[in-house]
Design a protein around this ligand. Structure first.
Ligand code: ADP
Length: 651
């Protein structure tokens, strides 16, 4: 076994590989770009080497720098993760030439599967069913058009070097063919520097079902299938294993075809054979066709790990270290069902535009597997894929796994960037998906319903109003007001650009009344739980700058239009409690030596005709009190200083 390996990647996959290595007792070397100096994968690895600027071409795609880093740190092998250099045969060869082990298949195997046309020819020879079509040498437009006629419309034009759905065009009729061909070629040339295309029969309402294979160069096994039919623009959104409606006959046929494909190229390591399936009459062994083979670990590999109980990265490392396949086909079993959702920083309402931002608040629920490369406070930078995390739920049945995923998504809290969380939740509740009626067109057909922004109900708005006024302290909302006189406070918020106003005032029964439109809602907060109109609302809220995010099922981000109304001490973990604006100190609740906990009220400042509670942003002890009630203070004046509690902690 290796003593030390280098991981030529970043983000969640680098972290995921490090996790397994740590468990196996293999030391790890991370590499990082300028943009990732403080990244989670760097913190997790035993050592880290800087390899260049933030652009992938200046760092994660620099094979020479990565190999030099491995040699300088005494690593014996390189794990490429997925993306970047993982399917680059020249890199795999260079790693070997440097006397290191590439944790993956041989350069020849990668090359054999690198171009879709050559791979199809190879698979055809190995007796694997391929999508009917033309993948010959002639690229003359008339010849290709003739091939399309012979195949029968609709057809799909695909770039042989394609990936990520680029250079792909569906063509409905002969009249559209010339223009589609031109644009597919242009896109392919731009993206891959190769404008060779092939023509395939377009399978209507297809399913994408792929088989995980694993080889040791001699033998190969399959670890069953994953269904990745929930796609948006040919990009996977939710993946699951096993495939809904899978039959024993179909599974056996697909598994055998995938193993044949792997053995045909002497495959070593983890790979995925992707098939397109016509499932309109149910899953039938004569209705699946080879699309391509990915010669690396796949993003969605955790669902396979969940149903087989196997750690695929461990297998990769062991086989690369020269061990034979850890088990035989007959030893592999499926237990239960697993579903994975890809959580992205993206603006769903704006056509899934990739987003950036600092994830000031990030919380994942228990009970599911979460693969992530970021922590709270980390940034989603514009340089790389904006994936925040993969959330994987497992259950004894598909229905239970889906329900668990849905609940986990509802319990996931992200503030600081827009995300696709609400979209993922809606998908989990989509009747067709829940019924297992999946195909690659499902999302596009129902897009408008899936992408609509969640509308906050009155209770969510009321909680947002309370948070905006800083009335979230443990003493109950009343404590944020003066105790000797009823007080009205007005706050203006906006949700999705729509402004609204609310008035909060102390009621005679000690609750707070929040007027929204023509209705008064009664709010109280007891033992950390909101009660609105006598119903409990298990919502959490986070205030960052002038944005209040309420998490209740979905996350609702409100802009506070009067930023002065925001309690500036909220959310800060600082030692110094400062006056957010000039004002009069109304009350000081603590003395030097008092122990305080996050959320405790320390002082009340009156300013701009409102009262502002100053709240402890962290646990600690009061080290200094610099003001007395009645003092007039300037903006930024330090009122109270907190310090760490020394000794006496019982862990
Ligand atoms: P890429 O390498 O660009 O990801 P793939 O060949 O893997 O391209 O195909 C991506 C997706 O495009 C598939 O998952 C499927 O949704 C769709 N697709 C591919 N081939 C066909 C086909 N022949 N008929 C219908 N849809 C297809």
């Amino acid at each position: 076994m290796f003593a030390k390996i280098l991981i030529a990647n970043r983000g969640e996959i680098a972290c995921r590989v490090i996790d397994t290595c740590a468990r196996m007792g293999v030391a790890t070397v991370a590499v990082y770009s300028d943009a990732d100096a403080g990244a989670r994968h760097v913190a997790m690895a035993d050592e880290a080497v800087w390899i260049g600027g933030p652009r992938p071409a200046d760092s994660y795609l620099r094979g020479d720098a990565i190999i030099a880093a491995a040699l300088s740190r005494g690593a014996e092998a390189i794990h490429p993760g997925y993306g970047f250099l993982s399917e680059n045969p020249d890199f795999a060869a260079a790693v070997g030439a440097a006397g290191l082990v590439f944790i993956g298949p041989s350069a020849d195997a990668i090359r054999a599967m690198g171009l879709k046309d050559a791979a199809k020819t190879l698979m055809e020879r190995a007796g694997v069913p391929i999508v009917p079509g033309y993948h010959g040498a002639s690229q003359h437009p008339e010849h290709l058009a003739g091939a399309a006629d012979a195949i029968g419309y609709p057809v799909l034009i695909k770039a042989v070097a394609g990936g990520g759905g680029k250079g792909m065009r569906r063509v409905a009729c002969p009249a559209d063919f010339p223009q589609a061909l031109d644009s597919a070629r242009r896109e392919a040339l731009h993206a891959f520097g190769n404008d060779v295309v092939l023509i395939e029969k377009y399978v209507e309402q297809p399913r994408h079902i792929e088989v995980q294979v694993f080889g040791d160069g001699m033998r190969a096994v399959h670890l069953f299938e994953r269904d990745c039919s929930l796609q948006r623009r040919h990009q996977k959104v939710i993946e699951e294993a096993p495939a809904p409606g899978m039959t024993a006959a179909m599974r056996a046929a697909m598994g055998q075809a995938a193993v044949r494909a792997a053995q045909a190229i002497g495959y070593a390591g983890a790979g995925t054979v992707e098939f397109i399936v016509d499932g309109r009459d149910g899953l039938r062994p004569d209705r699946f066709w080879f699309m391509e083979m990915n010669t690396r670990l796949q993003v969605e590999h955790p669902v396979t790990e969940a149903i087989t109980g196997i750690d695929l990265v461990e297998w990769q490392v062991r086989v690369a270290a020269g061990e034979p396949l850890p088990c035989a086909q007959k030893d592999l079993r499926i237990t239960g069902h697993a579903v994975e959702a890809r959580l992205y920083a993206e603006d769903v309402a704006k056509g899934f535009l990739p987003a950036t931002g600092r994830l000031d608040h990030l919380r994942f629920p228990d009970g599911v597997r979460v693969e992530t490369g970021v922590r709270a406070g980390d940034a989603i930078s514009p340089w790389y894929d904006p994936m925040i995390a993969k959330i994987i739920a497992q259950g004894p049945t598909r229905a239970l796994a889906l329900r668990k995923l849905s609940r986990a998504l509802a319990g996931t809290q992200v503030a600081g960037s827009v995300t696709n969380l609400a979209f993922l939740r809606r998908l989990c509740e989509h009747a067709g998906f829940v019924a297992g009626e999946v195909d690659t067109g499902l999302i596009a057909r129902d897009l408008s319903g899936l992408v609509a922004l969640p509308e906050p109900c009155a209770r969510v708005r009321v909680v947002a109003v309370m948070a905006a006024l800083g009335l979230t302290g443990p003493l109950g909302p009343v404590a944020g007001f003066t105790l000797w006189a009823p007080l009205r406070r007005t706050v203006r918020l906006a949700y999705a650009g729509e402004p609204f106003e609310a008035v909060a005032e102390v009621m005679t029964d000690g609750t707070t009344g929040v007027t929204l439109g023509d209705r008064v809602h009664r709010v109280a907060r007891r033992d950390g739980i909101w009660r609105v109109d006598d119903a409990s609302v298990a919502a959490d809220c986070v205030v960052i700058g002038s944005v209040v995010t309420v998490f209740w099922g979905d996350g609702f981000a409100f802009d506070v239009l009067d930023p002065l109304a925001v309690d500036t001490a909220q959310g800060g973990g600082g030692d110094r409690i400062e006056a957010p604006m000039p004002g009069l100190v109304r009350a000081v609740m603590v003395s030097v030596g008092d122990l305080v906990a996050t959320g405790d009220r320390l002082a009340v400042l009156e300013a701009m005709k409102m009262e502002h509670a100053l709240i402890a942003g962290r646990d600690g002890v009061v080290a200094e009190v610099r003001v007395q009630p009645g003092a007039q203070v300037a903006a930024g004046a330090v009122l109270i200083v907190l310090a760490d509690v020394v000794g006496g902690a019982d862990g």
